[in-house]
Design a protein around this ligand. Sequence first.
Ligand code: F6P
Length: 459
Amino acid sequence: MKRIAILTAGGDTPALNATIFGAVQRANQLRVELFGIIKGFGGLLNPQVPYVHLNPLFQGIPELDPTRGGTLLGASRDYVDSNDAETIAHVAERLKRMKVDGLLCVGGDGTVNGMQPLSECLPCVLAPKTIDNDLGLNYLDEPSEWYREPDDSSRGYVYKKRPGREFNLDEMVNYVTPGYATAVFVSAASVQRIRTTAESHRRIAIIEVMGRDCGMIALGTAYGQPDLLMIPESPVDPNALVAKVLATLDHQKHAVLVVSEGIVDTEGHILGAVSASKDPAGNIQYTGAAEAVKKLLAQRIGDAFFTRQRRNESADAAIFVRKVGHTQRGGRPIQFDRFWASQLGGHAVELLVDGLNNCMATLQYRDGGMVLDSIAANKVRDHWRIIHPRPLSPTLYDPASFQPSKKGIEYLRSIFSTALGADDLESQHSLFDTGHLIHHYDSVNVDVHKRIRRLDAPK
Ligand code: F6P
């Protein structure tokens, strides 16, 4: 393997540059050239395939900073449709003209789908990333628990999952994905900041975190000590919710709730509006979970409850909603993400050099620590070849207390007890650098643009 192409696909995370950095380091050691495709699969769909040589003379380029969030290559949610043979043939031909011997895709489930058809044309390996921490399995045989049930939707069926089995944490495939730790760092800190307003003004704060159908980010947000955590895997029981909120108000005059964006009601319907728009990979955009919980609480508790106690003039005024939003997906990656993302990037290069194809570099939990491994990408697919988001196992969450279970605490502890480095705290000093007031933001896009090459037209 003399030349590898690398791309970053799907939504960005804080750890993408760290993954690319690890890939560059290992490629330099192995004397392999690394070409970075601009803007994910979108770059391969462009006949000119804009790309950057990431390790000229087997040295890294200064634009690649593993401590910066986002990706110097740019990302997109464009993907390659496995049924579109013509496009796949074009992409394969372009990679051939670039004299690329292997493709390293940094991404999540959508990226595995995009990579699969290309793996029939050249060796492909995935380095995982997603703040949602939902690319993986709770245990190897989990995909066999999915089944189809007829329904009246246009496709005529819906995927459902049989209840999972007990498992040990070291059975989890892809124990944790790069980007997750930093997202949790931000969301937990947000809870701490919002708490004091709720506390001072005797209000209910409902904080919405990302994660789509997986409650992992919400679970980790427990580090910010919210009073209640709500996850998509545990349907909202309005009676239990209202009882818990009232008990909390009774005790401390305010409450802080963390709501995962994909939470569902007891019929399995997503709470809040699901925007009609879909991204090109088919992902629905969730919005409105926290607003829906606010509405539910306002209706059930009523204005009189708040006015009686002279706390607020109405339920609407007493309950406020905040989304952590894209702040949890960006910025400087914390040490855990920096280290393991770069390890996974380097490992993915090794897997390609070792001749593997259509496989995924993984991070496993063994004997109390993390180790690198790999798995055939098809192992995460169900019988119908679908990759489902890894659900947060019900064994990690206690619906009665709305908090992580004992096993959930063990899971989080194994990731976060050493997740922050001294330099993470040190880096905060740079915020009030006077230079920030004088100089404009120096975007990596400007310098990377000057390095972009394009593929010549076919002869
Ligand atoms: O999958 C990552 C994620 O951040 C989800 O948690 C969230 O639902 C989605 O992407 C938001 O995507 P976008 O930034 O494209 O709206």
